[in-house]
Design a protein. Structure first.
Length: 259
C-alpha cells in the first residue's frame, strides 16, 4: 500500500453546469456520461447538468415537432397533397371505386376546373379552398361527391363541390329531388318563398338589382292576403339588402360525412 497521499484535484471532483451555472459533484447522478471521444476507458460528462439537459432535449423535440407539423400541413394544403388525400379516401370508400388510377381521378378535377374554376358548381359564389389543420371541416373546402349516391365513385360519377353543398345534398336521388320540386311548386307559399330565395341568389351572384327589386315588390303585392307571408318577405328583403354580395351564407353545418 502506497504511503503517498492520494492526490485529489478538487476542480475535478465537482463540475459546473454550463447552462444554469450550478456546481454539482462530478458523477452520473448529476451529469450524463458518454465514453470519452479520444481517451480509451475515460468518461466524458455532458456540459449541462441532468435537469438542464432534460429541458434542452424537451425543447429540441418540441421545436422539431412543430416544424414537422408545419411542413406536413403545408403539403396537405397543396393541390397534390389535398387531392392525394381525397384519392386515398376514394380508394378506401365502401361506396366502391371505378377509377383506374390517381391520374384518372385528378383528371376529373382538371376537367371540372375548365368549366367552373375553383368555384363550387352548386354554389358558384363559393370559391373552394383547401384549408387543413382545423378541428372542424371548412365549409368552403373542396370535397368529392358522387352525382348518383347509389353508384360507386368513377369518372362518370364524380363532382368536386364545397363541403357546404355536399352536406346539403346528402344522399338525395334524382327521383326524390324531382318529387320534392313538384311539391314545392304545387304549394303556393313554398313556391313564392323559393322564387324569392332564388332572386336573392341571383342578386348575390350577379347583382341584378332592378330585376330583383321588381320581383320583390311584385311578391309583396301578391301576398297581401297573407300578412304573415308579406312580413316574412319584407324581413328577408331587409336582410338581403344588408348582405354583401358574394358573402357566404352563414348556416354552414359541419357533418363530415362521405358522399
Ligand atoms: Zn444546469
Amino acid at each position: 500500500m502506497s504511503l503517498r497521499k492520494k492526490f485529489v484535484n478538487s476542480s475535478l471532483a465537482t463540475k459546473k453546469c454550463a447552462k444554469c451555472g450550478n456546481t454539482y459533484p462530478r458523477d452520473d447522478q448529476h451529469f450524463y456520461v458518454t465514453k470519452h471521444r479520444s481517451n480509451v476507458n475515460a468518461l466524458e460528462y455532458f456540459s449541462y447538468c441532468i435537469p438542464c439537459e432534460n429541458e434542452r432535449s424537451k425543447q429540441y423535440k418540441k421545436n422539431n415537432r412543430s416544424k414537422e407539423k408545419e411542413k406536413n400541413l403545408k403539403y396537405k394544403e397543396s393541390e397534390r397533397g389535398y387531392f392525394k388525400e381525397l384519392w386515398n379516401s376514394v380508394k378506401r370508400s365502401t361506396k366502391g371505386n371505378q377509377f383506374k388510377s390517381y391520374e384518372e381521378f385528378f383528371g376529373c378535377w382538371e376537367e371540372q376546373q375548365k368549366k367552373y374554376g375553383l368555384n363550387c358548381p352548386y354554389f358558384p359564389w363559393i370559391q373552394m379552398t383547401r384549408i387543413k389543420g382545423k378541428k372542424k371541416t371548412t365549409p368552403t373546402n373542396i370535397s368529392k361527391d358522387r352525382i348518383l349516391s347509389s353508384m360507386p365513385y368513377g369518372p362518370n360519377n364524380i363532382m368536386f363541390v364545397s363541403w357546404q353543398a355536399n352536406n346539403m345534398k346528402g344522399d338525395v336521388t334524382p327521383y326524390l329531388a324531382s318529387r320534392y320540386l313538384e311539391f314545392v311548386n304545387r304549394n303556393e307559399y313554398c313556391r313564392k318563398v323559393t322564387e324569392f330565395e332564388l332572386s336573392t341568389l341571383d342578386y348575390k351572384f350577379e347583382g341584378r338589382w332592378t330585376k330583383d327589386f321588381n320581383l320583390i315588390a311584385d311578391l309583396i303585392e301578391h301576398s297581401r292576403e297573407s300578412l304573415e307571408l308579406q312580413n316574412q318577405f319584407i324581413e328577408k328583403f331587409l336582410r338581403m339588402i344588408r348582405t354583401e354580395p358574394n358573402q357566404l351564407p352563414e348556416d354552414s353545418e359541419d357533418t363530415s360525412h362521405d358522399n
